[in-house]
Structures are given as C-alpha cells and as structure tokens.
Design a protein around this ligand. Sequence first.
Ligand SMILES: *Cc1c(COP(=O)(O)O)cnc(C)c1O
Length: 354
Amino acid sequence: MRFELDKLVRENIKSLVPYSSARDEFDGDANIFLDANENSFGSPLTKNFNRYPDPLQRKVKEQIAAMNAVDPSEIFVGNGSDEAIDLLFRIFCRPGIDEAMIFPPTYGMYETAANINDVLVKRVCLTSGFELDLEGIRSSLGQNTKLIFICSPNNPTGNSMSRESILKIAESFNGIVVLDEAYIQFAESSSLLTEIAHFPNLVVLQTFSKAWGLAGLRVGLAFANKRTISLFNKVKPPYNVSQAAQELVLTAMQRQVQVEKKIAKIKNERNDLAVRMQQLSIVEKVFPSDANFLLVRTTDAESIYRYLQAKQIVVRNRSRVELCGGCLRVTIGKPNENRALLDALETYEANSIY
Ligand SMILES: *Cc1c(COP(=O)(O)O)cnc(C)c1O
C-alpha cells in the first residue's frame, strides 16, 4: 500500500506556524544573552539552571544516534515516551473523526491518550497465545484508522510479538504503525529500530525509564523518518526536556557497561523467580517474559494481591484485564525483594491449604 504522510497529517498541523522560542531564533555564538527573560543573576542552586535548555536536545540526540546507527534527524526526545504517544494523536488524529487501533491486553496509555484527544479506539484482542490477530486486525481497519499501536515486548503479557507480523502490518497499513519497545533491552529478539529506514510509516518508541533505570527523569524517545520527526518538533512544547534531564541522560549514556550489567542481573533474577513461582501450587502459570516483569496466573488474584499488600509488597493486579483472568504482574526486584515475595507467597500457600 502507498504511504503518503501529507494525506495523513491533520490540516491544522500542516498549516501550523510553530512557536518560535528565543533559543530557536538565535543559536549562534554570543557572550551576553538578554533575549529570553531568564534570570541573569543565576539560581539558588549551586548548579546554574537559569538558562533555558536546548529545545532540540542536540547533544543527547548525537549520542543516541551514534549508539543506534540512525541520524539525529530521525530522533525525537520527549518528556517520557508518553509525550510521544500524545503527540502522535495530536499530529494525526482529528478529534471525533479519526480512530486508533490497539491490541489488548496492552499498555493503558494508548487508550487514555486517545480518550484525552477524543479519538475512538478500536480494540482487537491478542490471540489466546498473546500474538497479533492479523485476520482480526485486517477486518477491523477502517478508512479513518490513523494509528496502530503494537507493544513488543508487550506490557502486561511480557512476550514479544512476531517480527514477521509486525512488518506485515507495517507493509499493508497506510497509516502510522507505532511500535513501543519500552522493554526491548530485556528481550531475546532485537529491536526493529533500523526498519525505520525501510518503512516510512513506522515509529519506534523507546525509553530511559526501564532498562536505563531513569524513570524519574522522564526521558523517552521516538525514532522515525525525518519528515515524521519534524512534525513532532513542530507540535511539541518548546522546552519539553529539562536541562537537568538532558545533562543526566548524557552522563548515563557514558555508563552503558554498568547498565548492561544491571540488565543481565534482572534477566537472571527474572528466570530464577519464574522457576520458583511455577513451583507454588497457588500459581497456575508463569508466562514467558522478554521484559523486567512476570505475568503470573494465580488461583485467586484478588486475595493474593491483598495478602501481599498487607505484607507491604505491592504488585500489579491485572486480573480484570482481557485474557488476564487471575493474573498478577510482578516487577523483578533485587534478590532480597524477590526472596521476600516468594516467602510471602509460600506462607499464603501454607495457610490456604487449611
Ligand atoms: C513503562 C512503559 C513506557 C514508558 O513510558 P515513559 O513515559 O517513557 O516512562 C512506555 N510504554 C510501555 C509499554 C511501558 O510499559
């Protein structure tokens, strides 16, 4: 199918004159900056944050580009990948007219962002094996379907979607395919990031919140062809990523080896925890995971959830979500935390026998 970006973008976005910030209008060399109404006397912090940050996060993008073999012009840096999700709706979906497609059970933000933007959501459930239902997807696509969200590895099921299915959808759909790879560093399969060179309608989301351990900084990424990225830049708030976040992410990227070690530890803990949990009689199934969490089907999710909470252990109750009856989602903790979880579950099990 032919993909035409111009036909997909909302008219008001196409004709939008973007806000031009002081830092946009002047970006040469100067000594005296009296253009942005900043506080020239500085801040109460030892580190001076009195200047507005680079609106296009150029240093951050250069570093990310080098690490991923893409061009800086193919990268959007956002206030979390949640910002990229919201921008996609605002760029491509006319409120009350256009539609987005999601594949439940999946990440809740796609639907929330759609609702905020008054965009109808078509839900095509994953198959019982948590795979993409290609036939169901094809028959639910409509004239006004603009966005398709694929989460791989998927939250909360933990599995990766088949590469062939993802590419088949990207090939046959003339709207935007958003591939959310928030958990890709924990997966066996590799990222589809480099496919943005072959699929002009593919947007790949990644984040510093999970494997990089920087959820508190709020830095997320979208990768796509440069025309799509320039639409993100047109619509985004001018200073969407703070100076502190830009500096800290740059420092973090210097310490990639340390991050790789943590990822390896998490994967080890995940595999151990899966084996141990599977041995409990209150656990019916531990689903295979390509992420930093396990989806676990239990005999009584509500009661186990409350029991754990009383023991000061919080997990995510997903038991009321499609295909996830009886399921809890458990993030992999440190060894002592996982041990405490197992101890609590063993005690629950011992008590529930009588
Ligand atoms: C955690 C998560 C994100 C991350 O969102 P940020 O806004 O970057 O913190 C994105 N997608 C999925 C599926 C997630 O689970």
